[in-house]
Design a protein around this ligand. Structure first.
Ligand code: NAD
Length: 479
């Protein structure tokens, strides 16, 4: 099928490349000519595993990019709208969606042909049949459901594994206003394995499924962080062990060919430095704002965000257990991307942590294996290191924020230093016994971590006599 996608970001580009892989003829539209030029040169503007290969395979054949939205719509049978839906004044900002719908409608008026428009962006329930329908009808002079097709097909890909998620989705939510749109959507996804559940519903239900899916993940993360807070205060309890025990429940496990397998949901039942990214914080905020506009308070979701905001304070509390003053102290933050395997730094948990470290007077160095957000306002006065070794060479405190695999080399890099920094593990990925002074979220100072290999005896002692660094409390090694 000839398909156009308006908005060529993380969702639009990955969707376009995967649809081209499935044999469709795809035109990606964006207002950013730099992105368009890069895509047409088969270069990926984002870091996403497998995407460059797909671009090399399909650009110039079944995939191209353009800034000319109207020509793209006229040349295709179906348009996905995949523009950003940021949070505005405590409400979802639908201005990009509205502009895109008006432009698509104007192109439909020019061609006069039957066209199908499908919302892929995450939008609050009622948007497709509300502002999108109104904008399309106004600009095209046509009627939704008869003169043109309308639907909502939210996206569930996760950055870092977006190509695989798109090629092998866990579900397809097909929300259509009319039977013809339903049939068109089924045709679009003909190439997706028949065993993938198709949830056929109206567009508003489809929109709500997306919000409920993100809200439950955010809730599980904040739940785990609250449990970790209790575990830390009780003492002698490691929240990571608690959560491992929770993960073993029958409702979080299944048997696959005789082997007990933990459900993917368990990944969200772990304490850490909080959630970020372009989806969870904004979508939970949008749902709360939408609830408010309907006269509803959503105290559970408010608390989910509140707990999440508190995680940067938890990191600071762990630092201050060892460092009485951060004034002038070199502190290294490891990880700027909101999660590993992406360069996306939107709403990264690193930003409030960096802001609080700087407010306390720390000299902050940051390192990320991929993200290079040099122009981000939060990077003002932050030194961006080129390598992990350079980043931690002089640090007195190292705070791990993102679960990048490369950070497991940290212990080896620190071992060769003459004095040891405090390591604060915001993701509980490091082995506490590899470090002279270690703190981990959810690991109380008096807790005994699970038995691990002994620390390397070459580990040198901390730099003597530095005034701002407190002596380790007994057991501080354990966190
Ligand atoms: P993004 O910011 O990466 O991309 C949006 C793109 O739309 C940008 O390139 C922008 O230039 C372009 N754009 C804006 N207005 C336009 C217009 N009028 N015409 C053409 N292009 C226009 O956003 P994203 O992360 O891809 O997210 C898009 C939507 O998908 C959002 O609603 C988001 O919530 C949702 N979503 C995102 C993810 C994710 O992991 N990023 C996952 C699922 C759903």
């Amino acid at each position: 099928m000839r398909i156009s996608i308006v908005g060529t970001g993380y969702v639009g580009l990955v969707t376009g490349a995967c649809l081209a892989e499935q044999g469709h003829e795809v035109v990606c539209v964006d207002v950013d000519p730099r992105k368009v030029d890069m895509i047409n040169a088969a270069e990926s503007p984002i870091h996403e595993h497998g995407l460059s290969e797909l671009l090399r395979r399909h650009v110039g054949r079944g995939l191209r990019a353009t800034v000319d939205l109207r020509a793209a719509v006229r040349a295709t049978l179906l348009t996905f709208i995949a523009v950003g839906t940021p949070i505005g004044d405590a409400q979802i900002d639908l201005s990009f969606v509205k502009k895109a719908a008006l432009d698509v409608g104007a192109a439909m008026r020019e061609s006069g042909d039957y066209h199908t428009v499908v919302m892929k962006s995450t939008v609050v329930p009622g948007t497709t049949l509300g502002i999108v329908r109104e904008s399309l009808e106004l600009a095209s002079g046509m009627q939704a459901g008869s003169d043109f097709g309308l639907g909502a097909n939210p996206e569930f890909l996760t950055e870092g594994t977006a190509v695989a998620d798109c090629a092998y989705p866990d579900r397809l939510v097909l929300g259509a206003l009319d039977a013809r749109t339903q049939a068109t959507l089924e045709q679009v996804y003909e190439g997706v394995d028949a065993s993938v559940p198709r949830i056929v519903c109206n567009p508003t239900t489809a929109e709500m499924i997306k919000y409920a899916s993100n809200a439950v993940l955010a809730t599980m993360i904040s739940f785990s962080n609250e449990i970790a807070k209790v575990a830390t205060a009780v003492g002698g309890v490691d929240a990571a062990e608690v959560m491992k025990g929770v993960h073993q429940a029958a409702y979080f496990t299944s048997h696959v060919m005789g082997t007990r397998v933990t459900a993917g949901a368990a990944r969200y039942l772990e304490a850490g430095a909080g959630f970020g990214g372009s989806c969870l914080p904004k979508d939970v905020s949008a749902l709360i704002g939408h609830g408010r506009s309907l006269g509803l308070d959503l105290p559970l979701l408010e608390a989910v965000l509140e707990v999440n905001r508190g995680q940067s304070d938890e990191v600071m509390r762990l630092v201050s257990k060892h460092v009485s003053s951060l004034d002038g102290t070199p502190v290294t933050v490891l990880g700027l991307a909101f999660k590993p395997d992406t360069d996306d730094v939107r709403e990264s948990p690193a930003w409030p942590i960096i802001a609080k470290l700087q407010a306390a007077g720390a000299r902050v160095t940051a390192f990320d294996p991929v993200a290079r957000p040099v122009a981000h306002p939060a990077m003002t006065d932050v030194m961006l290191a080129g390598t992990l070794a350079e980043a931690v060479a002089d640090a007195e405190v190292v705070v791990l924020v993102t679960r990048w695999g490369a950070f497991t080399q940290l212990a080896d890099l620190l071992r060769i230093r003459p004095y040891q920094p405090l390591v604060v593990d915001g993701r509980r990925v490091l082995n506490p016994s590899d470090f002279e002074r270690y703190e981990g979220i959810g690991l109380a100072s008096s807790a005994s971590p699970s038995p691990r290999p002994k620390a390397d005896p070459r580990q040198a002692s901390r730099r003597p006599g530095h005034a701002s660094v407190k002596r380790s409390e007994p057991g501080a090694q354990a966190g």
